[in-house]
Design a protein around this ligand. Structure first.
Ligand code: SAH
Ligand code: SF4
Ligand code: F3S
Length: 448
């Protein structure tokens, strides 16, 4: 295994690193156009939205197709090797794109920067800029400098037709689960002032947003820096924003899933009946090696309280199979927990060693074929559970916020529980009303 950079250095953002090989010639007329490519979690979606707004503010046109673009920006993820491979694959494709026309350039940001920093410029000779999302000012200052004459003040963004949006409330993570690179690439926890968050929520709703998801790697450790109030209090404040229809939050650590949080979910009218609570494993010994700081029993007690307090609650979770040292018995414990709990949706991943994490020092000793077999077994189990749980909804009513239309013209949206619902019959995007479930699969409902 390759030597890792000291984890401590990776808590600091890298404002801007730039290739000195080829001077970037500004070509073409009019505002420079930007193409944003993104992978990874909801945090990256929120970051891409922020980047688009920032480009528009300095006079560049975000939202361009790749063929038309002058600048391509890759917003990357480092949570598993596969995510990195996708970004480096995309970067490889961009070599030819860059050669096609003078003046094109490529920037890379997102979580791979926290991991690799400016070494990416050495690895990829056609990459021009690397910057950290935690400190993007240097990058924008450089672009302003470079494009000077072509920038003619802020570009008005088309009125957003976005109905559902993410609102970051706490950045970073202090948990240090032994398998996870996120604390290294996103830094330590830092909560935004509640006042600022509520003002932003108000602006979003004024622009037509109906559903807001409060976002953080560990969202339920949110702590308002001035009043010290917590996530349930923030939810109360956002719930009062006039016109907001739905409120969600992601992702919660079981350690901080308090009864106050469950009460906020039960009592606030906009709070949706959906709780994503990653468990990672159903074995106490495995959870201990992962440094998750709860037992399976603690975890299941929270689920029981949540189900009792919030009628119609949908529960979702994340599972890692094949973590270092995972025995067949430990895996069986996870399988059994999934069978007994019956989650609505489970995101299952095979363990991927991440440089710099505590688990990286242990041997990745579950063979690839065993990981894959365990993955397939839990996928099959969960498919049958999701199928059964959804089938039980036939004939009941679900409230759906219509988000858009599919390729076949049919409208779709999500229920309050977060289930994807296709609608038979004419309905307009943006509307919110009840429908009756007519048929289901493991992954979606059809209602009319
Ligand atoms: N903050 C969230 C999500 C972090 S990343 C949480 O606390 O759960 C999203 C998911 O990716 C994690 O829940 C975990 O299931 C998975 N994950 C993280 N590191 C991983 C790794 N090294 N290999 C495989 N899956 C991983
Ligand atoms: Fe990673 Fe754990 Fe933090 Fe989630 S809580 S981001 S899994 S370190
Ligand atoms: Fe990936 Fe970074 Fe999210 S590592 S999962 S994009 S916080």
């Amino acid at each position: 295994m390759t030597a890792a950079v000291s984890p401590g250095s990776r808590f600091l953002p890298l404002p801007l690193a730039e290739s000195k090989r080829t001077p970037i010639v500004v070509a073409g007329e009019g505002a420079p156009r930007v193409h944003i490519w993104q992978i990874g979690c909801q945090m990256n979606t929120a970051d891409s939205d922020f980047l688009a707004e920032s480009f528009a503010e300095i006079g560049m046109l975000p939202g361009a197709a790749l063929e038309e673009a002058d600048l391509a920006v890759l917003v990357t993820c480092a949570v598993r090797q596969h995510a990195e491979d996708k970004a480096t694959g995309k970067l490889g494709e961009l070599a030819a794109w860059k050669r096609e026309r003078a003046g094109r350039s490529i920037a890379l940001t997102g979580c791979m920067v926290g991991e690799h920093g400016s070494t990416l410029l050495r690895r990829f000779s056609h990459l021009d800029y690397v910057f950290d999302m935690r400190d993007p000012d240097g990058f924008f200052a450089r672009l302003r400098d470079l494009y000077q004459g072509a920038l003619q003040g802020p570009v008005p963004l088309p009125a957003s037709d976005r109905l559902c949006t993410y609102l970051p409330v706490i950045l970073g993570c202090n948990e240090m689960c032994t398998y996870c690179i996120v604390p290294f690439v996103r830094g330590r926890e830092s909560s935004r002032p509640a006042e600022e968050i509520v003002a932003e929520a108000r602006r979003m709703v004024d622009r037509g947003v109906a559903e807001i998801t409060l976002l953080g790697q560990n969202v339920n450790s949110y702590w308002d820096p001035s009043s010290a109030s917590d996530l349930p209090t923030l939810m109360e404040q956002v719930d009062r924003v006039p016109g907001l229809q739905r409120l969600r939050f992601l992702t919660s650590h079981p350690r901080n899933a308090s009864d106050r949080l469950l009460s906020a979910m039960a009592d606030l009218s906009s709070a949706c009946e959906q709780l994503h609570l990653p468990v990672q494993s159903g074995s106490d010994s495995c959870l201990h090696r992962m440094k998750r700081e709860y037992s399976v029993r603690d975890y299941r007690a929270i689920l029981e309280r949540a189900r009792a307090r919030i009628p119609g609650l949908a529960l979702t979770t994340d599972i890692i199979v094949g973590f270092c040292g995972e025995t067949e018995a430990e895996f069986e414990a996870t399988y059994q927990m999934l069978e007994e709990v019956e989650f609505d949706t489970v995101h299952i991943q095979a363990y991927s060693p991440r440089p710099g994490t505590a688990a990286y020092r242990r041997e990745d000793d579950v063979p690839r074929a065993v990981k894959s077999d365990r993955l397939q077994r839990v996928l099959a189990l969960q498919r049958s559970i999701s199928e059964r749980r959804n089938a039980a909804l036939v004939g009941t009513k679900v409230e759906v916020l219509i988000e858009g239309r599919g390729a076949d013209g049919r409208a779709y949206g999500r229920s309050r529980q977060g289930r994807l619902v296709w609608i038979d019959g004419p309905v307009e995007p943006g509307s919110i009303r009840e429908f009756k479930v007519v048929s289901t699969t493991a992954w979606q409902l059809v209602a009319a």
